[in-house]
Design a protein around this ligand. Structure first.
Ligand code: SAH
Ligand code: SF4
Length: 353
């Protein structure tokens, strides 16, 4: 059987595990430092860690469970990593360069069951959830790549916007957040982390109560139930009457503004009437509306990208209504790497190469 990734343990879980196995809890700090600060990739490199403990760790855990399948670099510096899981499934992780730092977009599931009508990730039904370790390891893979390049660059931001619905893999996603935020480790500030959801209301409440202080983004994409159900079938089970109160609860509990994602689909949801309706729906909520140019997906040929003029008009209408909004800058378009259009072209590595 494949050993689990040690990156999947929170500091507390590692400490408890050590105690259970007859080691001093305090040794966790040292192991943690080797993993996240010195970033070794094998246990034997943890030279000052108790030998018995190293043997025990080696027996039960792996540091590297993902292998790099391919890596594509875009002209704008975006890098898309296609990573192979220990069961042969392939997932995507993307590094993006911004003025404010380096962000990584992580995948949380192999495929996605929500099946939104415009999305490439939802074309493949969920095969399985990723473990917390497999999600953390995506960040580590990118960081190790940066370490190797040797310019001293650090991953400073995380967006949970790769393949999958993070709130459908709730516990592992929350452990992942605890691990990357930990001040003894990668120390990525919660305000530098954004989790995006298609709107699983119950989980939004639960998440709000955890007070993790991360940014929450909601894939709204339509200003009314009729249209939203047409493009996102999840809206049938969780319509706006359920979603909006959950959003308000998150704003109140976190005392933070929420991000509303709105993909512009030509002639579907990009008309002035839609902008006005969206402004009405937002009201005076503390929200930032992120207008997202649609990345065409071959299998969803019913949708096209809105004209640039339409996007600007939509933006102007929202602005005039006093809505805080922006148009998302695209990254890595030449290599199909934009978040939200991730899809492993093959989900399993072909047998013959
Ligand atoms: N499942 C979560 C997170 C992953 S999708 C969610 O739906 O929020 C991340 C974002 O990319 C979502 O806002 C999603 O609606 C958007 N997206 C999906 N397909 C897209 C496409 N073809 N073009 C642009 N954005 C897309
Ligand atoms: Fe899943 Fe998000 Fe794609 Fe919808 S948009 S199918 S929830 S990954």
């Amino acid at each position: 059987m494949n050993k689990e990734s040690i990156y999947g343990l929170t500091f507390e879980q590692l400490s408890a595990w050590l105690l259970e196995h007859g080691h001093k809890k305090g040794r966790a700090s040292k192991v943690w430092e080797w993993l996240y600060r010195k970033r070794v990739t094998s246990f034997v490199d943890m030279v000052d860690v108790n030998k018995d403990l190293l043997t025990l760790l080696e027996k039960n855990y792996s540091i590297q469970t993902l292998t790099e399948h391919t890596k594509q670099e875009s002209a704008d510096g975006t890098i898309k990593f296609l990573l192979k899981l220990s069961d042969g499934n392939l997932i995507e992780t993307v590094l993006m360069r911004h003025k404010y730092g380096l962000s990584v977009c992580v995948t949380t599931q192999v495929g996605c069951n929500i099946g939104c009508s415009f999305c490439a990730s939802g074309l493949l039904k969920k095969d399985r959830d990723l473990s917390s370790g497999e999600i953390v390891e995506q960040i580590m893979k990118v960081q190790l790549h940066l370490d190797q390049v040797g310019k001293g660059e650090r991953v400073s931001h995380i967006v949970v916007m790769g393949i999958g619905e993070p709130f459908d893999n709730f516990e592992n996603m929350v452990d992942f957040l605890e691990i990357v935020k930990d001040q003894k480790g990668l120390e990525i500030g919660p305000r530098h982390i954004t989790v995006s959801t298609s709107g699983l209301a119950d989980k939004i409440y639960e998440f709000a109560d955890m007070k993790l202080q991360v940014n929450l983004a909601i894939s709204l994409h339509a200003p009314n139930n009729e249209l939203r159900t047409r493009i996102m079938k999840i809206n049938r089970a969780i319509p706006l009457e359920k979603l909006m109160p959950a959003i308000d609860y998150y704003i109140e509990k976190s005392n933070r503004r929420i991000t509303i994602e709105y993909i512009l689909l030509k002639d579907v949801n990009d008309q002035k009437e839609h902008a006005l309706e969206l402004a009405e729906l937002m009201g005076d909520r503390r929200a930032y509306v992120n207008l997202i140019p649609y990345n065409p997906v071959d299998e969803h040929s019913q949708y096209q990208r809105s004209e640039e003029r339409t996007v600007l008009d939509f933006y102007d209408t929202l602005k005039k209504k006093g809505i805080t909004c922006g148009i998302r800058i695209e990254h890595g378009t030449d290599i199909d790497a934009a978040c939200g259009q991730l899809r492993s072209k093959q989900m399993k590595e072909p047998q013959t190469k």
